[in-house]
Design a protein. Structure first.
Length: 242
């Protein structure tokens, strides 16, 4: 498979996708027709226009799947697909409702390049269980696209030793996940991304990642780390898939 999984689409002080634009335009086929999936936000038209503004100057033709009465036909006509960020629960619910969950999964497994950012990156994992988002809607299942066999936590935040906030840190929440599920979790700090090209997976971007596994301390992963071994993961969740 051919995947580009961004932790975030907007970096502080920069425009939409600006921090990763060279990587994005290098990943997408030259002159590509891009199917954009805007369902993680409520205003699909404005969201799609934002993506157009960022990518069309580079020669990428952006088509929102919602702009076609048949989103599956829009996907079928595309040279690549991009699923944007927002609320992961709303996004997954819409993917089930439109039939795009199965269609995107099958197309990407068949060779269609897939780009995700934030919630779209969550969709590439087996389940929604390591999302940071509030469940504002209830999808039929937590099962996502399963393009990679491990979980991902975009926007990973390190604990702040000076904070007086008594809620759980991100690390504590991921540790709780691992108490119930035996599957690695790759934390992507903002400004980082994962590139998967066939059997090779590489952590890239501006900041290191962090890997959580059951029964072991969290491990820092420098930029340009080869994490291909994660592609051989056999995840074990606390209940059968729905």
């Amino acid at each position: 498979m051919n995947l580009l999984l961004l932790s975030n689409s907007t970096q502080y002080g920069r425009g939409y996708l600006e921090h990763a634009l060279d990587t994005v335009t290098g990943f997408l086929p030259q002159g590509a027709r891009l199917a954009f999936v805007p369902y993680a936000l409520a205003d699909h038209d404005t969201y799609t226009a934002r993506v157009r503004g960022a990518l069309e100057p580079a020669g990428i033709s952006v088509h929102g799947v919602h702009e076609n009465n048949d989103p599956l036909a829009e996907l079928a006509a595309a040279d690549a697909v991009f699923i944007g960020g927002g609320n992961s629960f709303r996004l997954l619910s819409a993917l089930y409702r439109t039939g795009l969950r199965e269609a995107v999964r099958d197309a990407v497994r068949g060779g269609l390049p897939y780009m995700g950012a934030s919630a779209g990156t969550n969709m590439a994992a087996p389940t929604l269980r390591t999302s940071n988002d509030m469940p504002i809607v209830q999808p039929p299942s937590f099962d996502t696209l399963g393009l990679v066999p491990f979980q991902i936590n975009p926007h990973y935040l390190d604990p702040d030793p000076g904070s007086t906030h008594k809620g759980e840190t991100r690390a504590e929440r991921l540790t709780e996940f691992l108490e119930e599920n035996d599957v690695p979790v790759l934390g992507l700090r903002e400004g980082s991304w994962l590139r998967v090209d066939g059997a090779v997976a590489t952590l890239a971007g501006e900041r290191p990642g962090v890997l959580f596994t059951r029964g072991a301390p969290a491990r820092e992963l420098p930029v340009d780390s080869d994490v291909s071994a994660l592609l051989g993961t056999e995840p074990t969740f606390d209940s059968p898939a729905a």
